[in-house]
Design a protein around this ligand. Structure first.
Ligand SMILES: [Mn+2]
Length: 323
């Protein structure tokens, strides 16, 4: 018997009107978990405001229910509870939450090791592969139904956050749950076609420029690879900033490299740094030193400065961690 969700299930059963939200700048796990939970609650007869202030990336617009997302909660409350899924910090929530009297009990369901337990009820499991897996567990523990649309959302959440089941967070249970979602109607090739084999032409043109910036650097006991993308590069191919998503994995993928780093210029003298580790270096710990967060193998933060200087700072910090 799975008792982890008892308090959350009690609130869910007693309530009628909910908000479900996730983190800003959403990816597959954020939106898949948000929409999977939203659709499951609606199927159970609940009223749900699916709240996402940021735009849905084009690749994820096929997710069932994404056309019902809204950036506002105006006129829909008061709410019995707000579910936050896949969000490590309250200030990263993609919902304009008002007073607790308006938004109800805050239920935090997440798997970020850096989660600061901002909820009234917190179900935070850093070992879980994805928030999608936790939402699946919640739905099962609550005895809610999963139809094809819900299965698709949760399959996208789990498969994207595990790098298509490549990461070591993919446990036997992860595969069992994914298999169950496929049995319930999720279509792996349909999902892959939408999410992985669906590159806008200008994304690949941007990628060819970014690959030209690849550099392998020595950090004492291990190697890191860096790449960067500037506002000028985005402009030159007419690409949106989210089209650089995922490039960082190619930096980590270089033979002999332990950590991949991607510097994305977000404004003049401002960079968003994404880090990917093979497992030896805890990049969440490094991100936290710069005020960011994430997971052991995937983390990020924002930093100000000129690129060469910013890269030297990172190199110095990385060089201190590998001993
Ligand atoms: Mn996640």
């Amino acid at each position: 018997m799975d008792r982890r969700f008892d308090a959350a299930i009690e609130k869910m059963r007693a309530g009628k009107n909910f908000i479900v939200t996730s983190h800003v700048n959403p990816e597959g796990d954020a939106l898949g978990s948000l929409l999977g939970l939203t659709l499951a609650l609606r199927l159970a007869g609940k009223k749900v405001t699916a709240c996402m202030e940021d735009n849905v990336p084009d690749l994820l617009k096929f997710l069932p229910g994404s056309d019902t997302l809204t950036g506002s909660i105006d006129g829909a409350g008061p709410f019995d509870a707000t579910f936050a899924v896949d969000c490590g910090q309250k200030d990263r929530l993609a919902a304009p939450l008002g007073s607790p009297a308006e938004t109800g009990t805050l239920i935090n369901i997440d798997h970020h090791g850096t989660n600061d337990e901002f909820g009234d009820i917190n179900i935070v499991e850093a070992e879980a592969s994805s928030a999608g897996e936790l939402v699946y567990d919640f739905i099962m523990a609550a005895g809610l139904e999963i139809n094809k649309d819900i299965a698709t959302c949760l399959y996208v959440a789990i498969s994207t956050d595990t790098g298509s089941f490549r990461y070591s967070s993919s446990k036997p249970d992860t595969f069992r749950k994914a298999g169950e979602l496929v049995a319930l109607g999720a279509d792996p090739w349909d999902v892959a076609s939408h999410v992985y084999e669906n590159h806008p032409e200008n994304k690949l043109k941007l990628f060819s420029k970014v690959l030209g910036t690849l550099e392998v650097i020595s950090c004492d006991t291990f190697k890191a690879a860096t790449m960067y993308v500037t506002l000028e590069m985005f402009d030159s191919v007419g690409a949106d900033k989210d089209l650089a998503e995922g490039f960082v994995n190619y930096a980590r993928g270089v033979t002999g490299v332990e950590v991949g780093l991607m510097f994305r210029e977000s404004g003049p003298g401002e960079y968003k740094v994404s880090m990917r580790s093979r497992g030896l270096i805890d990049v969440a710990e490094i991100a936290q030193r710069f005020g960011g967060g994430g997971h052991k193998n995937a983390a990020g933060f924002k930093i100000s400065g000129e690129l060469p200087e910013v890269r030297e700072r990172l190199k110095a910090v990385l060089s201190g961690t590998g001993q």
